[in-house]
Design a protein around this ligand. Structure first.
Ligand code: SIN
Length: 499
């Protein structure tokens, strides 16, 4: 039942306050629930089961039971299921977008954009599923014939964050199902309703019971994570979240030698060279820095601007930020929503205060916005940033843009790489040789040149260094969910019979 603060949807049956195990909507065995709040108002919009390790085990058992028959389906059959799920997402995009806005806070237009982005992972992997080829390999031994097949790794555990309540789940479930794996997904504690709606659409798409299971938890998140990582049945874990938690999950997974893929924190450098097109660079920086109010792992975190263009860039960039309309995501004309919770607001404020203490000048913003609600922070621009400031070393994950001046290409590449993480990096230049040179020198898994938006289901997404390993999306994404089996047949070089 919808509570008074809960979303009104065209199809109200997509607002579900239960977990999904073995094709059934279930409560936690303990009967416990947790409250989900709208970050724009701080008010509760509903509750979800607070599941624990026993509930997680029930989901793992369901996924294990479903695996033997699901792995035998053909790639074409799995493609049809994914395609149907994609279509149902697109048909229900308004409702899914509304759920995302309600629980995550992002403006409705962005939320609907996320639904398309998320559904596109199902479309992409529906196209990959039937084209999942092995090799035939010329053997080194006379008479041997060798071929490889791709096999699903088995039951997989997926742990996803709140910043893209739909897309981070579909980016993992899409390739898992395409490969023939069955899934136990832990939905984000802050944003579980979108995942539940996706599970309902999976059911309507005819995905068999037990193939997709959704566990919900907030306070018990670590316990659920440990149940997944320590299970012998779960053969792979894919996690998107912080570097700190990624390291814990990796340690926990070592006893069962699981296949892992981790998309962890970033601290993206965003470099504007003197020879860049100013408008393109400003627009790219706005798009990259303030996407999701700065709450994505690939958001620009350190904006380096060369001295010759620094003042012009700072002025043009600040003008754009002044025109943002901050507010609740479901209100008309709002361009930027709240942050997810008060801890996110405190971090943004701490980065501003630290920069100001060390000589940074605030060109715009810098304060909380309690008149709008509990979790709002002004989009902020600070100039004269220095490399020993907190923002230079920590991902802000909020709407604070720090502009760092730099002199030379060599200096800025050294500063860009002076971090333990390496997810995304961006730069703007019209010099083609510089484009190659700098792209090769930047230590990140993804580089955007003359663009601030690089995410696309068709392209490999992932990091280097402490940003993790493994790639999502693209033709490589499915590899993370399968093993290569080598079949060697001996004695195959005899004479033709009758010769
Ligand atoms: C993330 O923030 O982890 C994902 C961002 C994206 O897919 O663009």
């Amino acid at each position: 039942m919808a509570t008074s603060n809960a979303p009104t949807l065209k199809d109200q049956s997509l607002f579900i306050q239960k977990s999904y195990i073995n094709g059934q909507w279930v409560d936690a065995k303990s009967g416990k629930t947790f409250a989900v709040t709208n970050p724009a108002t701080g008010k509760d919009i509903g509750t979800m089961p607070e599941m624990n390790k026993d509930d997680t085990q029930a989901a793992i058992d369901a996924a294990a039971k479903a695996f033997p028959s699901f792995r035998k389906t053909t790639g074409r059959e799995r493609a049809r299921m994914l395609r149907k799920w994609y279509q149902l997402m697109m048909d229900n995009a308004d409702d899914l977008g509304r759920l995302i806005t309600w629980e995550n806070g992002k403006p409705l237009t962005d939320a609907k954009g996320e639904v398309t982005y998320a559904a596109n992972f199902f479309e992409w992997f529906s196209e990959e599923a039937p084209r999942n080829y092995g090799d035939t390999i010329p053997a080194s031994v006379v008479g041997n014939r060798v071929f490889t097949t791709k096999e699903p790794v088995g039951v997989v555990g997926l742990i996803t964050p709140w910043n893209f309540p739909a897309a981070m789940i579909t980016r993992k479930i899409g390739p898992a199902l395409a490969a023939g794996c069955t899934v136990v997904a832990k939905s984000p504690g802050e944003t579980p309703f979108t995942a539940a709606a996706l599970a309902e659409l999976a059911h309507r798409a005819g995905i068999p019971a037990g193939v997709v299971n959704i566990i919900t938890a907030l306070d018990n998140t670590a316990e659920v994570g440990e149940a997944l990582t320590s299970s012998e049945t779960v053969r792979k874990v894919s996690f998107t979240g912080s570097t700190r938690v990624g390291k814990i999950l990796m340690k926990q997974s070592s006893d069962t030698l699981k296949k892992l893929s981790f998309e962890l924190g970033g601290n993206a450098p965003f470099i504007v060279f003197d020879d860049a097109d100013l408008d393109t660079a400003v627009n790219g920086a706005i798009a990259s820095k303030f996407r999701g109010s700065g709450q994505t792992c690939v958001c620009a975190n350190r904006i380096y601007v060369q001295e010759g263009i620094y003042d012009k860039f700072a002025t043009a960039f600040t003008e754009k930020v002044q025109n943002f309309k901050v507010g609740a995501g479901d209100q008309d004309g709002v361009t930027h929503g709240p942050l997810i919770h008060d801890r996110a607001v405190s971090k943004a404020k701490a980065h501003v205060d630290d920069a100001v203490k060390q000589g940074g000048k605030v060109l715009f913003g810098g304060q909380e916005m309690p008149n709008l609600g509990p979790n709002f922070f002004q989009p902020t621009v600070i100039r004269d940033m220095k490399s020993d400031m907190q923002l230079a070393h920590e991902e802000t994950f909020g709407p604070v843009a720090g502009l760092f001046p730099f002199k030379s290409e060599a200096d800025v590449v050294a500063m860009a790489n002076d971090t333990e993480v390496g997810l995304a990096g961006y730069f703007f230049s019209k010099d083609i040789q510089r484009c190659y040179r700098v792209a090769e020198a930047i230590q990140t898994g993804m580089v955007g040149i003359n663009t601030g938006l690089i995410s696309d289901p068709a392209t490999p997404f992932g990091g280097v260094k402490h940003s993790g390993f493994g790639r999502e999306g693209s033709k490589y994404g499915i590899d993370e969910y399968q093993i290569i089996k080598t079949v060697t047949m001996g004695g195959m070089a005899g004479e033709l019979q009758g010769s």
